[in-house]
Design a binder for this molecule. Structure first.
Ligand SMILES: *Cc1c(COP(=O)(O)O)cnc(C)c1O
Length: 449
């Protein structure tokens, strides 16, 4: 009975997989408010050429630079686990596997992209990176990458998370980054929001506005985004490429693949390489799991919208709740984003990827069961994937089917213990679907000329 399926360092992928090569339709391009596709020069103000190339590439395979692979080898390949104890606790005939992305130094999948992003900036002489962070996972990942590749990092951290997760801030500072609670008074975007909503808990959309404004205004500084964009989805495919080999070692193949979805990158990371199989005829089902309080894929509209709260970014065709939607302060901070990856959105829109939403209490219940059987305390974001897997496993118990279920354990919850405390104290709630707030923010979608 094998518990972990391990690859050698030599098995670390040499290329990223670009899902665009297998899409039935070409992705709609980013647009300006004038309704014209944005020129690549507009992106060049905040991104380096290597990443812009990847952003628009349709090449199926893109080589991973050797220096990036060397750093990824600090923790990759990551283990694939068979969750024998969880299966036993559920009494399910299902086979449950999880890919363990919690073993990175930052504790999540995010360094898979922060490292190459810092690399492509450094090779063109960029000295500083500005970014936003929700729960702090991305800020930590970029702080780590900046340290390992020799760039300064400044992080705008969503205020509610800054207060809930002080040790994430400490961790970023340990790696040498500067951290501010967003909105700040350092940027026009921050000052504008504070004037209207002095008590705002902040949001990823607002923090993105601040970081983009800083990067656009300084020649030595670029912007780095932890999710949503095509190049981020690309970098994360190391997860699924490894997992496909590991499932082969296990002599099994998933019927369903689950991952939590904030901006879509850990989902894309595990699911896109399996989408390549699906495009070639496999029946594998790919399921993105989001919170009911921020239901971008299940209740949002598929439309052009801004990536940030104040409208500084190009318009992306994606599922969105409206760029000025501020989600309730749920504890899965990394899933509080109004939009989603254009690639993931397109696949959901075309019916090739499924989406579901799960309420907060069910996700914590799933996280506790997972901790008590498999041992690892999962990040509140990851518990969404676990809860969805549990639903499918319990369905197998009812029907007697022995399905193979795979989920992405996107991170551990060691910096989220105050959220677990509040769950145990009975202080967490399920938020109603914020119908009114979403209707209001959707009425502000940009009208394209
Ligand atoms: C950031 C984060 C997520 C959500 O972001 P995606 O881009 O959708 O992957 C999920 N899990 C963890 C642990 C995270 O840090």
């Amino acid at each position: 009975m094998t518990t972990k399926f391990l690859l050698a360092e030599a098995d670390l992928p040499t290329h990223w997989y670009n899902v665009v090569a297998d899409l039935p339709n070409p992705p709609p391009p980013p647009m300006g408010p004038d309704g014209k596709p944005v020129g690549l020069d507009a992106l060049a103000a905040i991104f380096p050429p290597g990443l812009i190339e990847q952003e628009v590439s349709a090449e199926r395979w893109i080589a991973i630079p050797e220096e990036v692979r060397e750093i990824l080898r600090l923790w990759r390949p990551t283990p694939l686990h068979r969750a024998h104890r969880l299966e036993a606790a559920l009494g399910t005939p299902a086979h449950i596997y999880y890919k363990n992305e919690s073993v990175s130094p930052a504790g999540s999948h995010k360094p898979n992209t922060s490292i190459p992003q810092a690399y492509y900036n450094r090779i063109v002489g960029v000295k500083r990176l500005a970014t936003e962070t929700g729960a702090g996972q991305w800020g930590c990942s970029l702080a780590l990458a900046g340290r390992l590749l020799g760039l300064e990092v400044r992080v705008y951290m969503v205020k509610v998370s800054y207060q809930q997760k002080p040790y994430r801030r400490s961790m970023m500072q340990t790696w040498g980054a500067e951290v501010f609670a967003s909105p700040t008074t350092l940027t026009n975007a921050g000052r504008q929001i504070l004037e209207k909503h002095p008590d705002t808990p902040g949001s990823l959309g607002i923090a993105i506005s601040e970081a983009v404004e800083e990067a656009a205004g300084r020649a030595d500084t670029n912007y780095a985004l932890g999710s949503v964009l095509n190049h981020v989805m690309l970098h994360q495919t190391v997860i699924g490429l490894e997992t496909r080999k590991q499932m082969e070692l296990a002599g099994d193949y998933p019927d369903m693949v689950f991952a939590s979805c904030g901006g879509g990158s850990n989902f894309a990371g595990i699911a896109f390489p399996f989408f390549a199989d699906k495009a070639a005829g496999s029946n594998v089902r790919l399921v993105a799991v989001e919170p009911t309080s921020c239901p971008t894929l299940t209740k949002g509209v598929y439309a052009y919208d801004y990536g940030d709260a104040t409208g500084l970014t190009p318009l992306l065709k994606m599922h969105t709740l409206g760029h000025d939607f501020v989600p309730p302060g749920i504890h899965a901070g990394g899933l509080r984003y109004h939009g989603a990856s254009p690639l993931v959105s397109q696949l959901v829109h075309e019916g090739l990827v499924e989406a579901m939403a799960i309420p907060q209490l069910e996700t914590f219940e799933a996280g506790v069961l997972f901790s008590r059987t498999e041992g690892i305390v999962p990040a509140p974001e990851s518990t969404h994937a676990i809860a969805a897997t549990l639903r499918a496993a319990r369905e197998c118990t009812r029907t007697g089917e022995a399905k193979t279920l795979l989920f992405n354990l996107s991170g551990h919850g060691h910096f989220d213990m105050s959220s677990y405390d509040r769950y145990f104290a009975g202080e967490l709630q399920d938020y109603e679907y914020p119908t009114e707030a979403i209707r209001e923010s959707l009425s502000h979608l940009p009208k394209i000329a």
